[in-house]
Design a protein around this ligand. Structure first.
Ligand code: 8YV
Length: 324
């Protein structure tokens, strides 16, 4: 008998077929509380789950007593209680490599869009406001040669540093848990403490996972240390930044602008004050959202689940100590 798997994100046909070859698959529309209640029987026998979003904690695991592997279609896994998974011996797989370049492209797009005001200026053209040659009220600020600060030098931070260094001649500063030799050697990135990063960056680019340590790491006190001409970019996880403090800083000119792909609440409520601010570029969490990359992530997630449930894990495992 094939192991039973709950799929909570739809997959391209070929990948769905590949999953079906290995497992007996039940597809549900999401790991919502309603679906968890509705599909209680299926979860009782599920050995694997695959999808993105939802919350996988001790309470969920109690409803899936046979679970051996979880495969998320994402690099981030803050929606999983890894301690609870470890206690139960459930292997967690993610997709850390395939989306790196695409997310770095998105971050660079946010840098350019925020500094050069691409979105609001384009909207003015569409509204018919371009009647004569443009004056200072259409101007933005330069990107090239400005200091790019990276908070969190992981794979995505490194790919951003590469773009900024070679493409835009930007000096790179970074803060991370440890020195990143490759970033220093290839892109001349300078390691500094968080205070220095805040004070010196023209662009503060946040590429951190959400953990207890990073939650609201950037708040009022930190924003106050930034230059009034600085731009904050966040494409990691929304709650790393205290959104209320950010809104205040954008309103009172503590910082110049923000380019955001992630928010404390997603989807961003239509009533969010962020949407009323002219100095905010807000994207709907599309960091990895290209056809190529989303296909690659789904493919990796399928391969990851097959590897985990057949005992052949070689990479992409969050808790590899369980495999020993
Ligand atoms: C995805 C992400 O948007 O990989 C992540 O951690 O945040 C994004 O790439 C999301 O998880 C949907 O699959």
């Amino acid at each position: 008998m094939k192991p039973s798997v709950v799929l909570y994100k739809s997959l391209p046909d070929d990948l769905r077929q590949r999953l079906d070859q290995h497992f007996s698959v039940t597809e549900i529309s999401g790991l919502t509380p309603e679906n968890i209640a509705k599909y209680a029987d299926v979860l009782q026998s599920a050995e694997g789950i695959l999808g993105s979003g939802g919350k996988v904690d001790g309470e969920f695991l109690a409803k899936a007593p046979k679970l051996r592997a979880a495969s998320t279609v994402s690099v981030g896994y803050d929606n999983f209680d890894v301690d609870a998974l470890n206690q139960r011996g459930v292997v967690l797989m993610h997709t850390p490599t395939v989306l790196t370049e695409t997310v770095a492209d998105t971050m660079m797009a946010l840098v350019l869009a925020s500094a050069r005001r691409v979105v609001d200026v384009a909207e003015r053209v569409k509204a018919g406001e371009w009647q004569s040659s443009v004056g200072p009220d259409w101007f933005g600020i330069d990107v090239h040669h400005k200091k790019l600060g990276i908070l969190g030098m992981g794979r995505i931070g490194l790919a951003l540093a590469q773009r900024a260094h070679f493409g835009f001649s930007m000096p790179i500063l970074y803060n991370a848990r440890k020195h990143h030799e490759e970033a220093e050697q290839r892109f001349d990135a300078q390691y500094c403490d968080l205070d220095t990063l805040l004070k010196e960056s023209d662009f503060l680019c946040i590429s951190l996972p959400l953990t207890e340590q990073t939650h609201h790491l950037i708040g009022r006190e930190q924003l106050a240390k930034m230059k009034p001409s600085a731009i904050l970019i966040n494409a990691g996880r929304g709650p790393v930044v205290d959104e209320q403090a950010l809104i205040a800083a954008l309103k009172d000119g503590t910082i110049y602008a923000a380019g955001l792909d992630v928010f404390e609440q997603e989807p961003l409520p239509a009533s969010s004050p962020l949407l009323k601010l002219p100095n905010v570029v807000a994207l709907p969490h599309i960091g990895s959202a290209t056809h190529e990359t989303r296909y690659g992530m789904a493919k990796d997630a399928v391969d990851n689940l097959i590897a985990a449930l057949t005992g052949k894990v070689e990479k992409n495992c969050v808790n590899p100590q369980l495999l020993k």
